[in-house]
Design a protein around this ligand. Structure first.
Ligand SMILES: [Ca+2]
Ligand SMILES: [Ca+2]
Length: 449
């Protein structure tokens, strides 16, 4: 009975997911289109701009978006199981057992070049990364190789190696910076290598996280712009550590994020990342956004169903996330950020932040800009400096103030002036004592009349 109930539940959930992968609680994303490859679970997905590659068992499927519609184009057949994949917008690299294919499109046809390991090494092709004329091919542990494209040929430029068992399996590449992440003694490390003009790749930095306990998998790292994210999977959570590159080097930032057990990280850009997890109870694609203050917050949880998991291999770029669903008919959901939740993706929403789409009023807002003229007054500040000097010399003259002391004597006089008049009335008439000098005289004159 139980197996049957489970099967029925699965069937109902699976069918609902295809038509409505995002329920109201999913967050500010809307389904744009459902893509199908009809192949094995599409665990590997790469999206750059309007072009996506999805790796099936032995086929690299290519989808291109024109306007708001995704269309499949002829893919690339690979004769071996695809183990790894990366795409930089121009070149595709796919790792297989014992090598990697570097593929570009020219005149509507795919041009492929196969790169074999420079020496006999185990697991060559288990990890790959590409960025323009640089490519990196890692192994199942112990080494990673850097290549450069020159005159149409991919040439080996450097061989990186280390005794660490996980060295070379988690790699990334951005322009002339290569990243290898490792985990040893509960500390995750990011080893950075920077290419010199001569084509050498010396190690230029090692960034370490605080000690993390109960890590259950090697650290994963991503380079994006001037940000480096290190992710460490713990028994009950995925912890993220960020580093920022400045002219002075890499520095750890205060931003850390802990979430999502059993997650796999996908960093779309410096301000948004997706953590795909397959936890049976809390699985989904957790979308996180980094604010201007450097703090990460979860802004969406995309799920295909209450009890079914999804999110493995989720990829984002710009306002789009491709969300593979790993079971059933294996669709891939193209999700668009929908900030105002009006069902229209940001990129095609006439008013991305107004669900009523009444953004005609905003135009009048421009008037405020006039304030810019304020800058002109800025030039005045310069003349201000001369002002300070003058006041300084004045202080000296202040000293003369001391003469003020003589004033005290003047005070004593008032007392006598006041007191006399009060007591005077009673006996002033007869005695007419000259207690005060001038004042007394004046009053006497008044009384006489
Ligand atoms: Ca919208
Ligand atoms: Ca809108």
């Amino acid at each position: 009975m139980k197996p049957l109930i489970a099967l029925l539940l699965f069937a109902s959930v699976a069918s609902a997911q295809v038509t409505n992968p995002n329920d109201p609680n999913n967050g500010p994303y809307v389904l744009q289109q459902t893509l199908f490859t009809g192949d094995a679970p599409p665990r590997l997905v790469r999206l750059v701009g309007d072009q996506a590659f999805i790796a099936g068992a032995q086929t690299l499927y290519n989808f291109v978006r024109n306007g708001a519609v995704w269309t499949e184009r002829p893919g690339v057949a690979i004769t071996q199981p695809i183990l790894s994949m990366d795409f930089d917008g121009t070149t595709l690299i796919a790792g297989v057992s014992g090598g990697a294919w570097l593929i570009t499109r020219a005149n509507d046809t795919w041009q492929s070049v196969f790169v074999s390991p420079p020496i006999a090494v185990s697991g060559f092709g288990a990890a790959v990364a590409i960025s323009g004329p640089r490519a990196m091919i890692g192994t199942q542990g112990g080494s990673a190789y850097l290549y450069g494209l020159a005159a149409g040929q991919w040439t080996l430029e450097a061989a990186l190696s280390d005794p660490r068992a996980d060295f070379g399996f988690h790699i990334d590449l951005q322009a002339d910076t290569a990243l290898v992440t490792t985990l040893a003694a509960s500390v995750a490390e990011a080893w950075l290598y920077t290419r010199t003009p001569a084509g050498q790749w010396p190690r230029t930095a090692i960034l370490a996280t605080p000690a993390v306990q109960f890590a259950r998998a090697p650290a994963e790292g991503r380079l994006e712009g001037n940000t480096l994210i290190l992710a460490v999977a713990l028994d009950d959570a995925l912890r993220l550590f960020a580093f920022t590159h400045t002219p002075g080097g890499w520095t750890p930032t205060a931003e850390t994020l802990s979430c999502c057990s059993f997650g796999s990280l996908v960093l779309g850009d410096a301000h948004r990342l997706v953590v795909g997890t397959d936890h049976p109870a809390a699985g989904g694609a957790y979308v996180h956004t980094r604010g201007d203050d450097g703090q990460w917050t979860r802004t969406a949880l995309l799920r295909a169903g209450a009890t079914q998991y999804t999110g493995l291999g989720a990829v984002n770029a710009g306002d789009t996330i491709l969300l593979p669903y790993p079971t059933g008919t294996r669709p891939i959901y193209a999700m668009l950020a929908d900030t105002d939740r009006d069902g229209i993706g940001d990129s095609t929403d006439p008013c991305p932040t107004d669900p009523e789409d009444e953004c005609d009023d905003p135009p009048p807002a421009p008037p405020p800009p006039p304030p810019p003229p304020v800058p002109p007054p800025a030039p005045e500040p310069p003349p201000a400096p001369p002002v300070p000097p003058p006041p300084a010399p004045e202080p000296p003259p202040v000293p003369p103030a001391p003469p003020a002391p003589p004033a005290p004597p003047a005070e004593p006089e008032p007392p006598p002036v006041v007191a006399p008049p009060v007591a005077a009335p009673p006996s002033a008439g007869p005695s007419r004592k000259p207690n005060g000098s001038g004042t007394y005289t004046g009053r006497a004159a008044v009384r006489r009349p």
